[in-house]
Design a protein around this ligand. Structure first.
Ligand SMILES: NC(=O)c1ccc[n+]([C@@H]2O[C@H](COP(=O)([O-])OP(=O)(O)OC[C@H]3O[C@@H](n4cnc5c(N)ncnc54)[C@H](OP(=O)(O)O)[C@@H]3O)[C@@H](O)[C@H]2O)c1
Length: 253
């Protein structure tokens, strides 16, 4: 029997690459997103092992409906890849749009949390399952303009660890994948709203690719049942750390 995975944000970027990779590993994948046409294109590529599901993770009713459909179709969910997410804007906090902040929280925090809440009881009941959250290096390493986006990913990081604490004594696993700069997805276009500015983010950087993230997900998911990978942080070699900044007052003349 093929294992069943739900991958959110499957219509683009990491989610599409993760769906491809999990199917290559023998999973049946329910790929969820808002854009049905994109999911259908992926279904045409991946065949019967890929099931498109239109589900906006900011819509509680859509999550209830989607998860209800999954439990009617399949015996149980073996893997949830909580990948749907976005960053909006790079403005400093004092200039940022409240609407952008609320959309990031609604998607990256509330959407992800609702899905955990929806699937976890079934996994515990069957004493089997794995939740792989897609966090970010932005959840651990602050940067200017990262404000609420980084905070949503810090939430994902801590939620992943706290779930492990509550799941003690069960066989249910939780992991957080924390990528750094990764190109070839729609992430920067969504964030900056401009193709040229988005392309400039990756110029000369040899960033990670969506396949690198899919590789990490597949590795984490295929460890022996006794092994829980708590977190995987990955960056391109070109990305590293900067020191703390000090703003110095200009000496009075
Ligand atoms: N790229 C990076 O550098 C990077 C680094 C670290 C972490 N991440 C994280 O990795 C995840 C995937 O990023 P990506 O680079 O693959 O971005 P992407 O190419 O923009 O893909 C984002 C996916 O999320 C889906 N999505 C967005 N809002 C949604 C909603 N309300 N309901 C359902 N699906 C929604 C989109 O599908 P629809 O528009 O069709 O709904 C799309 O499939 C995100 O959580 C992101 O924060 C990305």
């Amino acid at each position: 029997m093929s294992k069943i995975a739900l991958v959110t944000g499957a219509s683009a970027g990491f989610g599409a690459a993760i769906s491809r990779r999990l199917i290559a590993e023998g999973y049946t994948v329910v790929g969820a997103a808002r854009r049905l046409d994109r999911l259908q294109t992926l279904q045409a590529e991946l065949g019967a092992a890929f099931h498109p599901l239109v589900m906006d993770v900011t819509d509680t009713a859509a999550i209830d409906q989607g998860c209800g459909w999954i439990s009617q179709q399949f015996a149980g969910l073996d893997l949830l890849v909580n990948n749907a997410g976005l960053a909006l804007g790079v403005a400093p906090a004092q200039e940022a749009s409240l609407n952008d902040w609320e959309r990031m929280i609604a998607t990256n925090v509330l959407g992800l949390t609702r899905l955990v809440h929806a699937v976890l009881p079934g996994m515990v009941k069957r004493n089997q399952g794995h939740i792989i959250n897609i966090g970010s290096t932005a959840g651990s390493h602050p940067y200017p303009g990262g404000n609420v986006y980084g905070a949503t990913k810090a939430f994902v990081r801590q939620l992943s660890l706290n779930l492990r604490a509550d799941l003690w004594g069960t066989q249910v696993r939780v992991s957080n994948i924390e990528p750094g700069l990764c190109g070839g997805t729609e992430f920067s276009l969504v964030r900056l709203g401009d193709t040229e500015r988005a392309a400039a983010v990756y110029e000369g950087a040899d960033p990670l690719t969506a396949d690198d993230i899919a590789d990490a997900v597949a590795w984490v998911a295929t460890r022996p049942a006794r092994v829980n990978i708590n977190a995987v942080e990955l960056m391109p070699v070109s990305q590293s750390f900067a020191g703390l900044k000090i703003h110095r007052a200009t000496p009075a003349a």
